[in-house]
Design a protein around this ligand. Structure first.
Ligand code: ADP
Length: 468
């Protein structure tokens, strides 16, 4: 693993990148809502407020306390509220200076601007957003029609400043900039620590894996804090275990194979020598010895074929070709090949036994199961093949009264190269591959399968195939 800080593939750099992206995304969202929309939102709110005040005051016009109400509102709401006549002169003086000066609040142009279209039989008010020369901020101007008094039209003029929102936005902008800087710094620090924490167990694991690669199969991938990494370490432990098993089995196989090859070869050699030196001239003896040589050669051929078969079958297992197959018919054909008396190998069937499977492969399964039964059954040979319907399935049973299998071995017999080594009760034949082939084939077919057995009493191998 590379620990350069700016290795673009490093966990730290990527974490930092994502932290930054995350911070930017949040800030962008904040910026959008706080700065772009806040301005508009605030403006809308303010306009709504001014309009509400304006509408209320228009209703109040003509009431006795109208002047006081205006005064109250202008103070409480921080708005500049005036009542002017149609020429723009202040009508309700708000303080004594104004009484004396009687100022003209609006000149003609401004009046037209703020009260355009507003009047008795026209619209009741309009709101204008105005930027006055002498003020820094924009102003909301509400121009409303009040009514006639003393023969003159009266108008309501409300002005309020938009300043607060601008300064708030400025403050927010500064805060967001500071947050941006902080999140940048924080993401550098956090990504450094997070990546350290997350990658530490991975670094440890890769060291262990390297040891494993170097041939040390005693390694142990330790439990780690994170579930995912924990899973990985469990998987690696499992793989190590399997690897160790395979290696052991391969060692076993080489030992077995050499032994199994040597035994018949020794027999062949010694009988050949015997024919040369002793029995060559006696026809009866010679033939007897030649028969032994032939039978041992057959065994050798069978053995080598088995070895060749396994690799062929394994490599073509993915492409199974299913068709409708009569399991009874198929079993009959296989049984014929064993050439055994019916009292030894018996077939019992009932019902309809059509299944949808790869014919060649299932034939191989049946052959391997029966051949094991034949191999591991004692003198009083009795093998029964039963085929029958059960619910939605067709069940195949191969039952023998042979040596049986010890419960400690029963889970292992399906493993590749696994053979029970017990020379007293078992013939030293086979490669330990037969049941593994059975297992592989039944698993691609997704058939339920298994074995029930008792040592010394016999075994029942079975599989269940879906009926067509
Ligand atoms: P092998 O080529 O040695 O028969 P298999 O994979 O077919 O290999 O079987 C694995 C082991 O399971 C065998 O070594 C044998 O001891 C045991 N076994 C298989 N079938 C039977 C059976 N019908 N009765 C007793 N033992 C059996």
């Amino acid at each position: 693993m590379n620990h350069k800080v700016f290795d673009k593939k490093s966990m730290m750099f990527n974490l930092w990148k994502y932290f930054m992206l995350f911070a930017f995304a949040i800030l962008a969202a904040l910026w959008l809502f706080q700065i772009v929309f806040l301005n508009r939102f605030y403006e809308t709110m303010k306009i709504r407020e001014v309009t509400k005040v304006g509408d209320f005051l228009r209703d109040e016009f003509g009431n006795k306390n109208f002047e006081n109400t205006i005064l109250n509102y202008s103070q409480n709401k921080g708005m500049n509220i005036e009542v002017i006549d149609e020429e723009g002169y202040l009508v309700y003086p708000l303080n004594w200076v104004e009484v004396i000066m009687n100022p003209r609040v609006l000149d003609e142009d401004s009046f037209d601007e703020f009260f355009e279209g507003v009047g008795k039989s026209k619209r009741k008010y309009r709101v204008t957003l105005k930027k006055f020369k002498y003020l820094e901020n924009s102003t909301i101007v509400y121009g409303g029609y009040l009514g006639k008094e003393k023969g003159q039209d009266h108008y309501l003029l409300i002005k309020t400043n938009l300043e607060p929102v601008d300064s708030a936005v400025d403050i927010l902008k500064n805060i967001l900039l500071i947050v941006l800087g902080l999140s940048f710094a924080l993401s550098v620090i956090l990504s450094y620590f997070f990546s350290k924490r997350i990658s530490a167990p991975l670094v440890k694991m890769s060291k262990t894996a390297r040891k494993l690669g170097g041939g040390d199969y005693s390694v142990d991938f330790k439990e780690e804090t994170y579930t995912e990494i924990n899973d990985l370490s469990n998987t690696l432990n499992y793989a190590t275990n399997e690897l160790t098993k395979t290696i052991e089995m391969r060692k076993d196989l080489i030992a077995n194979v050499s032994h199994d090859l040597k035994t018949p070869l020794t027999v062949i050699k010694s009988y050949s020598e015997m024919i040369r030196d002793i029995s060559g001239s006696s026809e009866v003896l010679r033939n007897e010895h030649l028969e032994i040589i032939i039978s041992e050669s057959d065994k050798l051929t069978q053995f080598v074929n088995d070895l060749l078969d396994i690799s062929k079958i394994e490599s073509s297992l993915e492409s199974i070709k299913r068709e409708s197959v009569d399991l009874e018919e198929l079993s009959k054909n296989v049984i014929k090949r064993f050439n055994l008396d019916e009292s030894v190998l018996k077939l019992e069937t009932s019902g309809n036994n059509i299944i949808f499977c790869d014919k060649k492969r299932i034939e191989q399964v049946i052959y391997n199961l029966i051949s094991n039964a034949v191999k591991y059954t004692g003198q009083d040979k009795k093998i029964e093949v039963k085929i029958f319907e059960e619910d939605d399935n067709v069940v195949f049973n191969c039952i023998d009264n042979g040596v049986g299998i010890d419960s400690k071995d029963i889970d292992m017999i399906w493993e590749r190269f696994y053979r029970i080594r017990d020379n007293q009760t078992r013939p030293r034949v086979g490669t330990g591959l037969g049941l593994n082939i059975v297992k592989s084939i039944l698993e691609v077919h997704k058939y339920e399968y298994g074995v029930e057995s008792e040592l010394g009493k016999g075994s029942k191998f079975y599989f269940k195939a879906k009926k067509v």
